[in-house]
Write a protein of this length. Structure first.
Length: 592
């Protein structure tokens, strides 16, 4: 009788976990992708009787239908000019090396661009457009008309479903965990619940209703907590602290990116820190399983390449002095080459592949040049051939690809166990903590997909994948309507890294792709990976410009009236005049 009660309870909890997972993903899907959100409007360009809205801080004007401002005139180049706005609300126009040139009120636009004010006329090779800026009152009126987030699908209800999901996970662990570890497991899940509700309430206090990104991140973190509870329950305290640290870094990174000027000014410092980390890794790390990708300090170990991923996205997206400057792209190519070479030296070719895919996305979104991408792919193919020739253990991984069942005790040991465990779990799983794959080396990192399939079932594992894909789809949608190109590129690059990791982890453990040993975002055990994943979410959160959705977007402070801008300009002119007079006095004193 007692056994029947346990069996019925476990079976019911498995079904409830699947229903709750489906409900969480469906509600986030409807809220993030199904609802229509109005874009922001920052001004207009009058072209004849047409009034063309300016809906981004960097808009490309040209004859191509892909341009933000489409001007269907033969005199206008396909990409003729770029109109940019800064944090203070000032606009400048730049020529994109067009043959016809650009003028503002009969002033020729050189490489430094020309400031554009309300009522100015932009002349694109004889085609005139009048610029209409919006003052604070008009911007606030338009902002009030935009539809808000969280009206149809309450984020509190979605988070309540996630809390129930976590409690049922804890219930399953209580049936299979050792008595001495049960209190640690309970503390882990309860700490996660406290963190997510504290974050939610903090967002409500600052009048931010969008919480889908955080909900999906906490959903994946819950699965990661379950993996840690099954494989290493003695380290759950560390898992709790790392999740908390990741959440804090998420909030700090989002706050930092509220100012585009501040973000762009720090890119060289971030790049230098990333190269320094990789340099230390190359020199000071020890070889573990053919790779030197771990550093140890005072008993703590971390993987520098995980933090460099965040720096790589930051630098790649922030290298935008102007959309059309190729020099910035060349600098980024050099930075990428150094990072990949450093990863090759330490033998972390899985991460190098992740970096390369991210590079392709950033370079294409920056330049729009397929030729640049093809050149990079060709170079990477040659580098990959040389790497396989120089490192025999990489060649062995490729030789076992697709043939793991031919040698189940050596080359195919891990993948065959992962596939067997996934098959044994079926659709509904054996129960959280009731698997055997956790005893295999790297089960909670490189083989975590098989571990989730075995314990929680294939349906939960598929929804785990869909959660990351949903975040990626939202990044693409946000890039189209984003306030600045920086936010859109950073969000897409961050999700490219996470999607590539997901594909390499899942398909590598199932022998569909070569086994590269990269982590599954949020779910694989590892402190460095957890921190980098939460920081990647900050890029995605910054790209979310829905009304009252993101704490990383400042709707009020970036809206400045024409009078405010005029006062700022007068202050700068006066300051320059004072400096000029001071230099004259200094020269006179030196001459006397």
């Amino acid at each position: 009788m007692h056994g029947d009660f346990y069996a019925y309870t476990i079976t019911a909890s498995k079904a409830i976990l699947i229903l709750l997972s489906f409900g969480i993903l469906l509600r986030c899907l409807r809220s993030m992708l199904r609802e229509s959100y109005d874009p922001e409007t920052w001004g207009y360009l009058r072209y004849g009787r047409d009034r063309l809205p300016i809906q981004h801080w960097e808009v490309i004007i040209g004859r191509s239908p892909d341009c933000d401002i489409y001007v269907p005139e033969r005199e206008v180049a396909r990409t003729h000019a770029v109109l940019r706005r800064n944090d203070l609300g000032e606009w400048r126009v730049y020529d994109v090396f067009s043959r016809g040139g650009v003028w503002v009120n009969n002033v020729f636009v050189d490489d430094d661009g020309v400031e554009v004010n309300d009522g100015d006329v932009l002349n694109l090779n004889g085609i005139c457009l009048r610029f209409c800026d919006l003052d604070m009152e008009k911007r606030e009126r338009l902002e009030s008309r935009r539809s808000g987030v969280g009206r149809r699908y309450s984020p509190a209800l979605t988070l309540l479903m996630l809390t129930a999901f976590q409690l049922f996970l804890l219930l399953q662990h209580s049936f299979y965990a050792e008595p001495e570890t049960l209190s640690d497991i309970a503390l882990g899940f309860l700490s996660l619940i406290v963190m997510e509700w504290s974050c939610f309430n903090a967002m409500r206090i600052i009048n931010r209703a969008g919480f889908e990104i955080e909900t999906l991140a906490f959903y994946l973190s819950s699965l990661g907590m379950s993996v840690a509870a099954s494989s290493t329950p003695e380290d759950l305290y560390k898992q709790i602290l790392l999740t908390l640290a990741g959440l804090i870094l998420f909030l700090l990174c989002g706050w930092w990116q509220r100012s585009l000027k501040r973000t762009a000014s720090a890119r060289f410092l971030v790049a230098a820190a990333a190269l320094l980390l990789l340099g230390i890794n190359v020199v000071a790390s020890d070889v573990v399983l053919g790779a030197r990708n771990w550093l140890e300090f005072w008993g703590f170990s971390f993987q520098p390449s995980e933090l460099v991923k965040v720096a790589y996205v930051y630098v790649g997206a922030a290298t935008l002095d102007r959309l059309f400057r190729r020099n910035n792209l060349y600098v980024f190519i050099a930075f990428s080459a150094i990072c990949v070479m450093a990863l090759a030296l330490i033998g972390d070719f899985g991460t190098a592949l992740v970096f390369f895919v991210c590079f392709l996305v950033i370079s294409f979104m920056r330049s729009g040049s397929i030729a640049t991408v093809m050149l990079a792919v060709t170079g990477a193919g040659l580098a990959g051939f040389l790497a396989v020739s120089a490192r025999p253990y990489i060649a062995r991984r490729f030789s076992s690809w697709g043939h793991v069942w031919e040698d189940i005790y050596d080359k195919g040991f891990q993948q065959t166990r992962a596939m067997s465990a996934a098959a044994a779990g079926g659709l509904f799983g054996k129960g959280a903590g009731n698997g055997w794959l956790k005893n295999i080396f790297a089960a909670n990192t490189d083989l975590v997909f098989g571990m989730v399939c075995e314990e929680l079932g294939l349906l939960i594992a598929i929804m785990m994948i869909l959660a990351v894909i949903l975040l990626a789809c939202f990044a693409v949608r946000s890039a189209r309507t984003g306030r600045s190109a920086y936010y859109g590129i950073a969000a897409c690059a961050a999700m490219t890294i996470l999607l590539t990791q997901l594909a390499l982890n899942v398909f590598g453990s199932m022998d569909i792709l070569p086994f590269t040993g990269v982590t599954f975002p949020f779910v694989s055990r590892g402190g460095s990976s957890m921190l980098s994943c939460w920081m990647m979410m900050a890029f995605l959160k910054s790209a979310d410009n829905r009304r009252e959705a993101s704490f990383a977007v400042r709707p009020g402070e970036t809206i400045r009236s024409a009078g405010d801008r005029e006062a700022l300009r007068e202050a700068r002119v006066e300051k320059r005049a004072q400096k000029k007079q001071q230099r004259k006095r200094n020269r006179k004193e030196a001459a006397s």
